[in-house]
Design a protein around this ligand. Structure first.
Ligand code: PHE
Length: 463
């Protein structure tokens, strides 16, 4: 276990900064730009947004702290970090399963994430051809339907995105991420502001704002809780040891609470900003907020199609979204990649290619869910895409997160956690312990059980 605590203040600042960049790169991606708006649209707007914010700060932030601190304490890939910690503190070897579970979740998520990222790649091409200049609503809808309806084209874009991800991985996490995040992230933020400006002047902003923030309790269901909590895990890259693997590179003297709060704020800010840009377009054009995964790919091209310099902005936007997706995709593979390299001395590039190929094959199920197999359901109601999405986001990530929280709260010695978090006084320590040891696990468990079995609430499960 190497403890890199010394070094010049400048060196340490740079390392902490690199961690923030990498973690923000992992957190900010299609989850914020593509998924958050459509889940908000199909889960009742403000009800979803408020519960999402609640779960981000009550469950997500403590969980993120737990992952980073375990990673920093272990200083290895998640699996070997956990292995080391259970050996050192004489705990059950079963805890290591959390890392296996995380690696599997990462691969499953990447399998569909790369399909949607492939859509974004195609939209770079469409934008550069000016396909949406002055476009009517029907044109945007038909373009999306025609594209996702073409399995060959989508399959190729999916492969292209995975190939790009592999190329970045081969350059190494730090090198691969540095330029991307340092330059492209701020630029993406600027473009989001441009979109927001368009949204504010489009005439639909008031309705969009109400839709997102005019909260009514009667709109909240157990499913809202489950979806919102799943999204808070997904957007902060939690529950699959991804942040644990990045935590291993954090310098010892960087403050975990401060860093984590910054990451959560940036990620949440981006999600809200994108939605405030998308929903005005929805309402002004009489579109359906709950239309599902196509929401961003129909609304934003319309916005770009009707603003000055729209083709250029649109081209840049989809380019930046693709980069944001790459930095997230890299982080999904990191737990498995770091482990395989560590354990079998395998070449990073070879492992990366293998993971890419595996994800491509599994992802074909998602590619086909939007065309040839759109009527095929895995469990009687969900396409392959919807099934994998629900399995990972609403089951695997929360279960992984729950176990990580329990491990951190009840299996790591107090002094280890205290020194990792820099908590010295009794009051804050008990607050933290209450949060990570009781509030977080209890909330996750309750939300999952009631969300998955709503019949428990009205006693109709007995049939
Ligand atoms: N947080 C990423 C996003 O919002 C997705 C992700 C999930 C990344 C899980 C890593 C692990 O796009």
């Amino acid at each position: 276990m190497s403890e890199e605590g010394g070094g010049s203040p400048h060196g340490m600042w740079s390392s902490r900064w690199l961690f923030v960049l990498a973690a923000v790169g992992s957190a900010v991606g299609l989850g914020n730009i593509w998924k958050f708006p459509y889940l908000t649209g199909s889960n009742g707007g403000a009800a979803f947004v408020l519960i999402f914010l609640l779960t981000i700060f009550l469950v997500g932030v403590p969980m993120l702290m737990a992952e980073v601190l375990i990673g920093r304490q272990g200083r290895n890939s998640p699996l070997n970090s956990l292995r080391l910690l259970v050996q050192q503190h004489r705990r059950s070897g079963w805890w290591v399963l959390v890392a296996w579970f995380g690696m599997l979740a990462g691969i499953l998520i990447l399998s569909y994430y790369s399909v949607v990222a492939g859509w974004a790649l195609w939209y770079i091409v469409l934008m550069s051809m000016g396909a949406f200049e002055g476009a009517a609503v029907a044109t945007a809808q038909e373009t999306y339907a025609a594209f996702t309806g073409n399995p060959w084209l989508v399959g190729i874009c999916h492969a292209l995105f995975l190939a790009l991800t592999v190329i970045f991985i081969r350059r190494g996490v730090v090198k691969g991420l540095e330029t991307t995040n340092r330059i492209f992230m701020p630029l993406l933020f600027v473009l989001l502001l441009v979109l927001l400006g368009y949204g504010m002047t489009s005439g639909g902003f008031g309705r969009a704002f109400d839709f997102m923030f005019d909260f009514r309790w009667e709109d909240v269901t157990t499913s809202t809780w489950l979806m919102a909590m799943g999204q808070s895990f997904f957007t902060l890259s939690l529950g699959m040891c991804c942040m644990m693997s990045y935590g291993a590179y954090v310098p010892s003297n960087a403050s975990i609470p401060g860093t984590v709060a910054m990451i959560a704020l940036i990620s949440t800010g981006v999600s809200l900003l994108v939605s405030l840009a998308i929903f005005p377009v929805v309402f002004v054009n009489g579109l359906e907020p709950g239309q599902g995964p196509g929401l961003m790919f129909v609304t934003l091209p319309l916005a770009f199609g009707h603003m000055p310099l729209g083709a250029l902005f649109g081209f840049l936007f989809f380019l930046l979204v693709s980069f944001a997706a790459i930095t997230s995709a890299i982080s999904m593979t990191e737990p498995a990649l770091a482990y395989l390299v560590e354990e079998y001395n395998a070449k990073r590039s070879r492992v990366a290619v293998t993971l890419g190929v595996v994800c491509w094959f599994i992802g074909l199920g998602t590619v086909l869910s939007f065309n040839v197999l759109s009527d095929f359901t895995v469990d009687g109601s969900r396409t392959i895409f919807a099934f994998i999405d629900r399995l990972t986001q609403n089951i695997m990530l929360p279960v992984g997160g729950l176990l990580i929280a329990l491990f951190c709260a009840w299996r790591l010695p107090r002094r280890v956690v205290q020194s990792q978090l820099g908590i010295k006084r009794e009051g804050p320590w008990w607050l933290w312990q209450l949060l990570i040891g009781i509030v977080t696990p209890f909330s996750v468990l309750t939300i999952m059980v009631l969300g998955l079995f709503p019949c428990l609430l009205n006693g109709s499960c007995t049939t």
